[in-house]
Design a protein around this ligand. Structure first.
Ligand SMILES: [Zn+2]
Length: 322
């Protein structure tokens, strides 16, 4: 469909007889707009009607008809039904379901809204600010940091003789490495997961080296962002690296890590530690995947990484690095 062809409006109406000059063009546009409407493509149809308006004298009857048509909301097409805010279970429960859905929505907002989402939002907002401030230099460093993190996973996989894809970048998300073989146990899986943040810690520290010789805010911005992204990845949930790391730890080790995370949160006042703590709480009390025997090496790596990222974020915040 030829929706939205650029068209130039020249003479709108013949000044002598007020006859419309673009009658054929208008007919064509109206047909195209109706075809878009029939196909449920409302935005394109609106675009075409607006184009048609450019060809019509504003006071003409045709222009008035199109404007009236645009003011009338088009019926949503069968492919794009209007979204229903309530989940299915809530609909089945009737008014009680509606009340429950409302309360759950509120509770979720209170629980995550005050800690998790706010911290996430401010961090991503600061990435945006850094990017705007330092432009391509920050963008390049940021992507490089992600690449180094992924290469950490690749390095460990090679060590264990496991086949994997090269890192694939997903815009606005990061990067992933796909595994073709399975790790032999939870300990190996944990070390593969933790190797990303380990190399990431190296990248964050590397960004601080030029700061020692030629101080500039961009180095601190890159070190802070890289440390933050890697620390976020240590949250022990979903497919995040921390989720794999935690799988190899027993209850006592998980409790120790939670304690360490909370101490670091108290010491650095970095909200990101609260996100990691929430994940650790979940792995301690809700998800029953605790192995009988914890992996000492994985615990040491996990705890060491938490300390390194805490130290980097603290040093930047306290301007200990000048
Ligand atoms: Zn990773």
């Amino acid at each position: 469909m030829n929706c939205g062809t650029p068209l130039a409006a020249v003479a709108l109406a013949c000044p002598e007889c007020n006859q419309l000059v673009h009658a054929a063009k208008l007919e064509e546009l109206a047909n195209a707009a109706r075809a878009c409407e029939a196909a449920g493509d409302t935005p394109s149809a609106t675009n075409i009607w607006n184009h048609a308006l450019e060809f019509l004298p504003p006071d003409s009857a045709q222009a008035a008809a199109i404007r009236q048509h645009l003011d009338r909301p088009l019926l949503p097409s069968s492919e794009n039904p209007a979204p229903d805010a309530k989940p299915n279970w809530a609909k089945r429960l009737g008014p009680l379901g509606a009340a429950l859905a409302f309360l759950l929505g509120k509770a979720k907002f209170l629980f995550f809204g005050l800690t998790k989402i706010k911290t996430l939002f401010t961090m991503f907002a600061s990435i945006g600010v850094y990017w705007a401030l330092y432009g391509w230099k920050f963008g390049l460093g940021f992507i490089l940091g992600i690449y180094v993190h992924e290469m950490g996973h690749v390095w460990r996989l090679k060590q264990f003789g496991l086949r994997a894809s090269v890192p694939m970048f997903i815009p606005m998300f990061g990067a992933v490495v796909s595994l073709y073989d399975s790790p032999k146990d939870a300990g190996e899986d944990a070390r593969i997961g933790l190797a990303g943040p380990m190399w990431g810690a190296g990248a964050a520290l590397a960004f601080l080296i030029p700061q020692l010789f030629a101080p500039a805010p961009i180095w601190l911005a890159l070190a802070r962002t890289t440390a933050w992204m890697n620390l976020f990845n240590l949250t022990p949930v979903w497919q995040l690296d921390g989720g794999r790391g935690m799988r190899a730890l027993d209850r006592q080790q998980r409790l120790l890590l939670l304690g360490l995370i909370l101490v670091e949160w108290w010491f650095t006042s970095q909200g990101i530690f609260l996100i990691v703590a929430l994940g650790a709480l979940y792995r301690l009390f809700i998800l029953k995947d605790v192995p009988p025997q914890g992996d000492r090496g994985a615990f040491n790596e996990y705890a060491g990484l938490l300390l390194v990222f805490g130290a980097i974020l603290w040093a930047i915040k306290e301007k200990a690095i000048l």
